[in-house]
Design a protein around this ligand. Structure first.
Ligand SMILES: Cc1cc2nc3c(=O)[nH]c(=O)nc-3n(C[C@H](O)[C@H](O)[C@H](O)COP(=O)(O)OP(=O)(O)OC[C@H]3O[C@@H](n4cnc5c(N)ncnc54)[C@H](O)[C@@H]3O)c2cc1C
Length: 307
């Protein structure tokens, strides 16, 4: 880490360390499995057991003693900063439809801090839960017949996917989609690779229209259900990353390495009139006075959150 962050070293922010690992591996200095070694053997065993109990246990199960040996590590995807646009009560622009948790957008900016995801689910659970309760207190949003009709239609659409006698395996297509995102929209991104990723997503989308699916309790049914949603999210991520010609937070472009102040904007993806995706941008709001005050105070953590 001396090459990348001589002061903070491996205790720098997660994205900095993850990118450093990715660069070491891509430049041929990684392990044969595509990782690097993390050596924390200079700390006492008691320190590791107190601060990293789950990791000590996990590596122990794998036959590696962190207090004595270096451990092999590699970055992985573990959070999506984007999500569904909601208002301050968690409501989407479809009335009575709320989104909460990792699926909603806007709380963490370009780079979520460790530990803040679980805090978010608790904080917005309270806010959104109260808003839903208030809305329900106003009476039902639709009469029972309408709800039955819409639910029946939705169930019929879902069941239509079951027992399809198509060509492609939805489980395999899902795995391929994951690999496409990792290869083309992973830690280090650039225009031509993002473009290739979009082409690969289009190819999976074509095949997803002709899948072999079992009954409603089968694994293939579950994957077939989620494949359409996952394809939309994958395409939105790749298009957004291609449009954002700068680096910011966890979005690192090797062909646009600087943060561009004119890009202090969110990219919004909507369905266009012919079923494709339309991308637009809107400025990021200013922080509330309380948040600005906290930022101005320049708090720093002396304990580094790992996740
Ligand atoms: C390895 C790892 C470590 C992490 N560590 C931390 C940490 O230390 N601190 C922290 O703050 N955050 C951490 N995070 C992030 C945090 O765990 C998640 O952001 C958070 O759990 C998201 O909660 P959620 O309720 O929004 O979504 P989830 O917990 O993902 O819940 C979504 C649920 O929806 C279900 N679902 C999906 N599709 C369908 C469908 N079509 N129909 C019905 N149900 C469906 C899923 O099965 C799941 O149960 C970590 C994440 C990972 C992967």
């Amino acid at each position: 880490m001396e090459r990348y962050s001589p002061d903070q070293m491996e205790l720098d922010a997660r994205d900095v360390v993850a990118r450093a690992i990715a660069r070491e591996v891509s430049e041929g200095r990684g392990t044969e499995n595509g990782g690097v070694y993390l050596d924390i053997s200079h700390r006492d065993r008691s320190f590791l057991e107190e601060r990293l109990p789950r990791m000590v246990e996990r590596f122990d199960e794998l036959g590696v003693d962190m207090a004595e040996q270096p451990v092999e590590v590699a970055p992985t995807a573990h959070y999506g900063m984007g999500g569904v646009v909601v208002d301050e009560h968690g409501e989407t622009d479809v009335r009575n439809l709320y989104a909460i948790g990792e699926t909603m957008a806007g709380v963490h900016g370009a780079n979520r801090l460790g530990g803040n995801s679980l805090a978010e689910t608790v904080a917005f659970g309270k806010v959104t839960g109260a808003a839903v309760a208030d809305r329900l207190a106003d009476g039902p949003g639709a009469d029972a017949d309408t709800v039955d009709r819409l639910a029946g239609q939705s169930l019929a659409d879902t069941m239509a996917v079951a027992n399809s006698d198509g060509t492609h395996d939805p489980v395999a297509l899902f795995a391929e989609l994951r690999a496409v995102l990792w290869d083309h929209a992973g830690l280090l991104r650039e225009e031509s690779s993002l473009q290739t990723g979009l082409e690969r997503v289009a190819s999976i989308r074509d095949r997803a229209a002709d899948v072999a699916v079992g009954g409603p309790t089968s694994e293939s049914f579950e994957f077939a259900m989620n494949l359409g949603f996952a394809l939309d999210v994958a395409e939105a991520i790749l298009r957004g990353a291609r449009k954002r010609t700068e680096s910011r937070g966890a979005h690192a472009r090797t062909d646009a390495t600087e943060t561009d102040p004119s890009w202090r904007r969110n990219i919004v993806v909507e369905r266009d009139s012919v079923g494709g995706m339309a991308l637009s941008t809107r400025p990021v709001d200013d922080p509330s006075s309380e948040v600005q005050q906290a930022l101005d105070a320049g708090y720093e953590l002396d304990y580094h959150q790992l996740e």
